[in-house]
Write a protein that binds this ligand. Structure first.
Ligand code: FPP
Length: 308
């Protein structure tokens, strides 16, 4: 009986994989594959996926084009990725679109990315755009004040135009680095402590001061063969399953995405165990909170998210 069930599952998985290989752009097949992964995979599907969209310039140069010509292709790929995420029932997508470090690139390249961003955020005002089709609420995270006022304005409009969607969120990190985000969150905490001497700085209060809020990625994918986080979601990646892949971002296919999801599923139980351990430790701190003091007045780093 068990053998029969296993054979059936393997059979369905093989048929789904072959179908996806033959018709990678077919939505029904793609959805079928995600359904197989959901019901037959070794763990749940990720609910929050983050992407470091790396390799646009190398992709363009490989084709003999100037590096910055890769970015429009990269932004098209983001639209594909949003469709895959929607079909896999991912609820939150966070992408690294422009880091504070990227301001150091040539003026020509920075200008071309800003122009592209203006165009993309303007397209999001159109009801036909992917963000409306899949009902993604757009949030821009980063040092917006460093950007051209026109770009800021169209970012605000895109956020407003999608504010009514509550099933899915698309966080676009733009003029962002994680260390700047954490520094700003700590400043926020320091201000709160100044205003209220009873205020306790905890992991939870810091998390609420982060631009992402307290939603952290389950799966983080970085393309282009670079094995580092480059100042992206450093705090938030504590329990993320990180997949570094060789494909350049514009070459990312649904196959790469499916493989990353399978890799996440394979480690889901150890991630769940680590989360449980963390929460148990926090409960322990919680019960002995009265005895815990910190070097920084009012700031007890050990007091946990779960204590509230
Ligand atoms: C990294 O590749 C990519 C970027 C710095 C820019 C990515 C921007 C987009 C995809 C468009 C933004 C879209 C929206 C919706 C705002 P790289 O330039 O570092 O490439 P390389 O690793 O080959 O040098």
């Amino acid at each position: 009986m068990v053998m029969m069930l296993l054979t059936m599952i393997v059979g369905v998985a093989v048929v789904a994989a072959v179908a996806l290989w033959l018709a990678p752009r077919s939505r029904p097949i793609r959805r079928g594959v995600f359904a197989v992964l959901r019901w037959c995979g070794p763990g749940p599907l990720p609910r929050h996926v983050a992407f470091v969209m790396d390799g646009n310039r190398r992709w363009a140069r490989q084709l003999g084009m100037p590096g910055s010509d890769g970015h429009p292709k990269g932004s098209d790929k983001l639209m594909d990725a949003l469709e895959w995420c929607h079909d896999a029932q991912v609820e939150q997508v966070t992408v690294y679109a422009f880091s504070l470090e990227n301001f150091k690139r040539s003026q020509h390249e920075v200008d071309s990315i800003m122009q592209l961003a203006k165009q993309k955020f303007t397209e999001m005002l159109n009801r036909e755009d992917v963000v409306h089709k899949y009902r993604f609420r757009v949030r821009v995270l980063g040092e917006r004040h460093l950007l051209d006022p026109q770009l800021q304005s169209v970012m605000n409009s895109a956020e407003l135009a999608t504010a009514q969607y509550d099933e899915r969120v698309l966080n676009i990190c733009f003029a962002y680095t994680s260390r700047a985000e954490i520094a700003a969150a700590l400043l926020d905490q320091a201000r709160a402590m100044q205003q209220d001497t009873q205020f306790e700085c905890t992991e939870r209060t810091v998390e609420h001061s982060l631009m992402t809020g307290a939603s952290f990625p389950d799966l983080l994918i970085r393309t282009s063969g670079e094995n580092r986080l480059s100042d992206f979601l450093l705090w938030q990646s504590m329990f993320a399953h990180i997949v570094f892949m060789h494909a350049l971002w514009p070459n990312l296919s649904v196959w790469h995405f499916v493989r990353a999801i399978m890799s996440y599923q394979a480690s889901a139980s150890s991630i769940a165990r680590a989360r449980r351990m963390h929460n148990t430790a926090l409960h322990h701190h919680c019960s002995s909170a009265a005895t815990l003091t910190s070097d920084v007045p009012g700031c007890n780093q050990h007091l946990p998210a779960v204590c509230g």
